[in-house]
Design a protein around this ligand. Structure first.
Ligand code: DSN
Length: 416
C-alpha cells in the first residue's frame, strides 16, 4: 500500500490499525469473516473504474469486452456451485437484494411473512423500521417460547390466516437448520412464493455442511461476505421463470451500475468455495460452533435452543447477572469481538438486550479447531465471571493475542 501511504497518511494509518485489530483479536461476529488475499486483490482492481448498467451482452455503455466476461464467470460459477437455474450477481449487498425480490413480486401494501426481528429475523424481512415493513403489510412468525425453535405448525397457521404473497425463511440469529421442504409445503398451501435468505449460512450450503434451499425456494438471496467468505456484495438465485423479473428489479429497479470490482472478487470467492478445502472449512465451522457451545454450556451458560447446528449460537446471559451490551463491551476490551443480541421474548431493550451472539466463520478461516474453541470458551467465561475487573480483561486480551499469533488470518499473513 505504498501509494496509499504517500497520498493519504491518515487513511493509510487507519487501515493499518484495522489490520492489527483483525489480526490480534478473536473475531466472533457471526456475519463476519476474513477473505483471502486473492479476493482482496480482485476487490482492489481497476474494475472499479467501469460503468456497466445492464447485463452481459446487453449494456447501455460501450467498453464491456472484459466486464461481460467477468460477470459471466461469476454467474456461471454461482450457478454451478449452488445448482441454481439463474443468478444475478449485481446486488450491492443483502438489503438491496431482498428489496429487489420485493420489487419483483409485490406491490406496495402486499403481505409478506417473515421471522420477527427480535426472534432472529433480519431487518429486511418486514421489521417496522425497515422499508420492508413500511411499504408492505409485514406479518411475522416467532419462535416457540419454550423451545426457542421454529414452530412450523404455527407458521403454517399464520400463513393460511394472512395469505402472504411471499414467505421469507432465513435469519440472522437462529442457531438451527431450517426445514426447507416444510417451508415449501407451507408456501404451496398458502399460495405464496418462498424466498430464502441464506446470507448467514451460504458458505455452509456451498461446502455441503447445511441443506441447500435452492431446490425448494422460488428465490434465494445471499450476501457474499459472511460464511461464503467473499467481498461485500450479494446474489439472487432463482428459477428461470423468475429470471427476467429479478433482473429488471435489480437494474433498473433499484440499482444503477454494478460494482464490477466486487463482481470479480465474488467470482474469485466462488472459485475458492468450489474446492475440497472449502468443504473441509464449512464442516469445521460447524464443528467449531458445537465445540464452543459445549464448553459454554458446561460452564453454565444458557444457549437458546440448547446448542447449535450451524455456525452461530445465541447465549442468554440472564443467569450470569450481566446484560448483553456490557458483556460485549468488556469482551471487546479483552480481545474477543462479538455483538449483543436480543433473545426470543427478550424483556430488555434491543440496544441493551439479554444476550450475545457469536459465530465461528472468521476464527475457522484462521485455522482454529475444537481445541482453540475450548480455549476461547474459557477466556469468555473468565471475563464474564469478573465483569468489572479491568486487569482480568487486559490479561485475557494478551492471551487472546497470543492464541491468534499461532494462526495468521487470511489476507493478514504479513502482520506480526
Ligand atoms: N448485519 C448482519 C448480521 O450481523 O447478521 C446481517 O445483515
Amino acid at each position: 500500500m505504498e501509494d496509499l501511504r504517500r497520498v493519504d497518511q491518515e487513511v493509510f494509518a487507519l487501515v493499518q490499525q484495522e489490520e492489527q485489530r483483525q489480526a490480534h483479536k478473536i473475531r466472533l461476529i457471526a456475519s463476519e469473516n476474513y477473505v483471502s488475499a486473492a479476493v482482496l486483490q480482485a476487490t482492489g482492481t481497476v474494475l472499479t473504474n467501469k460503468y456497466s448498467e445492464g447485463y452481459p451482452g446487453k449494456r447501455y455503455y460501450e467498453g464491456q469486452q472484459i466486464i461481460d466476461q467477468v460477470e459471466t464467470l461469476a454467474i456461471e460459477r454461482a450457478r454451478a456451485l449452488f445448482g441454481a437455474e439463474h443468478v444475478n450477481v449485481q446486488p450491492y449487498s443483502g438489503s438491496p437484494a431482498n428489496l429487489a425480490v420485493y420489487l419483483a413480486f409485490l406491490s406496495p401494501g402486499d403481505t409478506i411473512l417473515g421471522m420477527a426481528l427480535p426472534h432472529g429475523g433480519h431487518l429486511t424481512h418486514g421489521s417496522p423500521v425497515s422499508i420492508s415493513g413500511k411499504y408492505f403489510n409485514a406479518q411475522s412468525y416467532q419462535l416457540n417460547p419454550e423451545t426457542g425453535l421454529l414452530d412450523y405448525e404455527a407458521i403454517r397457521q399464520k400463513a393460511i390466516e394472512c395469505r402472504p404473497k411471499i414467505i421469507i425463511a432465513g435469519h440472522s440469529a437462529y442457531p438451527r437448520i431450517l426445514d426447507f421442504p416444510k417451508f415449501r409445503e407451507i408456501a404451496d398451501e398458502a399460495g405464496a412464493l418462498l424466498m430464502v435468505d441464506m446470507a448467514h449460512f451460504a458458505g455452509l450450503v456451498a461446502g455441503g455442511a447445511h441443506p441447500s434451499p435452492v431446490p425448494y425456494a422460488d428465490v434465494v438471496t445471499t450476501t457474499t461476505h459472511k460464511s461464503l467468505r467473499g467481498p461485500r456484495g450479494a446474489m439472487i438465485l432463482c428459477r428461470e421463470k423468475h429470471a427476467q423479473a429479478i433482473d429488471k428489479a435489480v437494474f433498473p429497479g433499484i440499482q444503477g451500475g454494478p460494482h464490477d470490482h466486487t463482481t470479480a472478487a465474488i467470482a474469485v470467492a466462488l472459485k475458492e468455495a468450489s474446492t475440497q478445502e472449502f468443504k473441509a472449512y464449512a464442516r469445521q465451522i460447524v464443528a467449531n460452533a458445537r465445540a464452543l457451545a459445549e464448553v459454554l454450556m458446561m460452564r453454565g451458560y444458557r444457549l437458546i435452543t440448547g446448542g447449535t447446528d450451524n455456525h452461530l449460537m445465541l447465549v442468554d446471559l440472564t443467569n450470569k447477572g450481566i446484560a448483553g451490551k456490557k458483556a460485549a463491551r468488556i469482551l471487546d476490551n479483552a480481545g474477543i469481538v462479538l455483538n449483543c443480541n436480543a433473545i426470543p421474548n427478550d424483556p430488555r431493550k434491543p440496544f441493551d438486550p439479554s444476550g450475545i451472539r457469536m459465530g465461528t466463520a472468521a476464527v475457522t478461516s484462521r485455522g482454529f479447531k475444537e481445541a482453540e474453541m475450548a480455549e476461547v470458551g474459557r477466556l469468555i467465561d473468565t471475563v464474564i465471571a469478573d465483569p468489572d475487573n479491568e486487569a482480568v480483561q487486559a490479561r485475557v486480551a494478551a492471551e487472546a493475542r497470543q492464541l491468534c499469533a499461532g494462526f495468521p488470518a487470511p489476507g493478514l499473513e504479513h502482520i506480526a
